[in-house]
Design a protein around this ligand. Structure first.
Ligand SMILES: *Cc1c(COP(=O)(O)O)cnc(C)c1O
Length: 391
C-alpha cells in the first residue's frame, strides 16, 4: 500500500481499534503538569519519579519490588538474565504472541522452544508444555538445559497460573510471566506478575497502562532478583562507575515514569470500563455465530483486546472497515512462521495446530477506556447485520 492509501483508510475509520491519543486527552491536565514537573526538576534519568513509580506499582501489585526499564522487551531480557538464563539454555513460550516475547529470549542468549495454546483461552497449553518438556528431557543433553517458561497473559487473560506453578516446581523451571497485555489482571485474586519468579510489563502507549513513549518494568517478590535487575539495567553498576557484571542501558526515563504514575491512578477504573465494554459486546453478539471470549474460572480478565473468532474473519474485517469500524488482528502470523524464525525455531511435538488456526480466525474489536457503550453497540450491531446477510 502506498502512503496515501494508508492515510485515506485511517481517515475513514470512525471507531479506531485503539486510541492512545484519547487516553492522553482524558488525562491531559495531570499529564502536562507531571511532565512540566520533570522538565523543571533538572533530573531526567533514574530520579524521584522512577523511584516513586516503582514503589507505587509494587504496592498496586502487592509485591516486593518493581524495577523500571526501557521497554517490555527489555523487562523480559533482564528478568531472564537475572535468573541466570542465557547461552546454552532453552526457554519455553508460545508462538501466538508479540514477536517481542520470543525476541527477548534470544536477546538473553537462550533458545526459545515454542508450545501450542489452549484454544479456549489463547494462553499456553499446560499439557503440551509438559509433553514438550518430557520430549526434551528424553533427548538427553539438550533437555537438561530447559530452564524457564514464559507464559503470556494474552489479550489481558491470565494464563493457567496454578497449573504453570505446578509444572515449574516439578520440573525445576523458572517462571517469568509476560504481563505486557495484562496490567491489573488477577487469578484467584492474586495479580499476574506476582505468581512466578518475575513479571515483565510493557508501557507501550496502547497497553492497559500506557506511557507516551516506550517504557517497561519487572515486578518480583525476590529482593535479590530485584537488586540484580536494577544493576543490570545500568551497565552492571553496583554503584556509580563500578560495574560488577556486564549489563546494558535499559532505564525507564523520568518523563515516562511521571506519566505512568498519573495513568496508574486510573488503571483499576479503566480496566473496569474495559470489562463493561466486553460484557456489552458479549450481549450484543449473541446469535452472530462468532466465538466470543470465555474467561477462565477464577480469572479477572482485563480485556487488553476483545477477540472474537470466525473462519470468515477477513470478510468480516473488510465489512467492518467499510463502515468505518477499525479492527486489528493479533496476530496474523505466529512467530514460528515469521521470516526471521521459520525453519529455525524449535516447536513442541506435533507442532502448533491450535496456534496456526487461531491466527487465521482471530479478530480484535475496538476496545479502550475512552470507547463508548454506543460505539460497542454500533460494532456489534454491524457484526450481527453481517451475520444475517451471510446466512
Ligand atoms: C507489547 C508486548 C511486548 C513488548 O513490549 P515493548 O514495550 O513493545 O517492548 C511483549 N510481549 C507482549 C505479549 C506484548 O504485547
Amino acid at each position: 500500500m502506498i502512503q496515501g492509501d494508508v492515510k485515506r483508510v485511517a481517515q475513514s475509520i470512525r471507531v479506531p481499534a485503539a486510541d492512545p491519543r484519547a487516553s492522553f486527552l482524558a488525562h491531559r491536565g495531570e499529564i502536562e503538569e507531571a511532565v512540566a514537573r520533570v522538565l523543571e526538576s533538572g533530573s531526567y534519568i533514574l530520579g524521584e519519579e522512577v523511584a516513586a513509580f516503582e514503589a507505587e506499582f509494587a504496592r498496586y501489585l502487592e509485591t516486593g519490588a518493581v524495577v523500571g526499564v526501557a521497554s517490555g522487551t527489555d523487562a523480559l531480557v533482564l528478568a531472564l538474565k537475572a535468573c541466570d538464563v542465557g547461552p546454552g539454555d532453552s526457554v519455553l513460550t508460545v508462538s501466538l504472541t508479540a514477536v517481542a516475547t520470543v525476541a527477548a529470549i534470544e536477546l538473553a542468549g537462550a533458545e526459545p522452544i515454542l508450545v501450542d495454546i489452549d484454544p479456549a483461552s489463547f494462553t499456553i497449553d499446560c499439557d503440551h508444555l509438559e509433553s514438550t518438556i518430557l520430549a526434551l528431557r528424553r533427548e538427553g543433553a539438550a533437555g537438561k538445559n530447559v530452564r524457564a517458561v514464559v507464559p503470556v497473559h494474552l489479550y489481558g487473560q491470565p494464563a493457567d497460573l496454578p497449573g504453570l506453578l505446578d509444572i515449574a516446581r516439578r520440573h525445576n523451571l523458572r517462571l517469568i510471566e509476560d504481563c505486557a497485555q495484562a496490567h491489573g489482571a488477577r487469578t484467584n485474586g492474586k495479580p499476574v506478575g506476582t505468581w512466578g519468579d518475575a513479571g515483565a510489563f510493557s508501557f507501550y502507549p496502547t497497553k492497559n497502562l500506557g506511557a507516551l513513549g516506550d517504557g517497561g518494568a519487572v515486578a518480583t517478590g525476590n529482593a535479590a532478583l530485584a537488586g540484580r535487575i536494577a544493576r543490570l539495567r545500568e551497565y552492571g553498576w553496583e554503584r556509580r562507575n563500578i560495574s560488577v557484571e556486564p549489563g546494558l542501558n535499559s532505564r525507564l526515563d523520568e518523563i515516562q515514569a511521571a506519566i505512568v504514575r498519573v495513568k496508574l491512578r486510573y488503571l483499576e477504573a479503566e480496566n473496569a470500563t474495559r470489562r463493561k465494554l466486553a460484557a456489552t459486546y458479549v450481549e450484543g453478539l449473541v446469535g452472530a455465530g462468532l466465538v466470543t471470549p470465555g474467561p477462565r474460572e477464577g480469572s479477572h480478565h482485563v480485556y487488553h483486546q476483545f477477540v472474537v473468532r470466525s473462519p470468515r474473519r477477513d470478510e468480516l474485517r473488510a465489512f467492518l472497515q467499510e463502515r468505518g469500524l477499525g479492527t486489528l488482528v493479533h496476530y496474523p502470523v505466529p512467530v514460528h512462521l515469521q521470516p526471521a524464525y521459520q525453519g529455525r525455531v524449535r516447536l513442541g511435538p506435533g507442532g502448533l495446530p491450535h496456534t496456526e488456526r487461531a491466527c487465521a480466525e482471530v479478530l480484535s474489536l475496538p476496545i479502550h477506556p475512552q470507547l463508548s457503550l454506543d460505539e460497542v453497540r454500533e460494532v456489534s450491531g454491524a457484526i450481527s447485520e453481517w451475520a444475517r446477510r451471510a446466512t
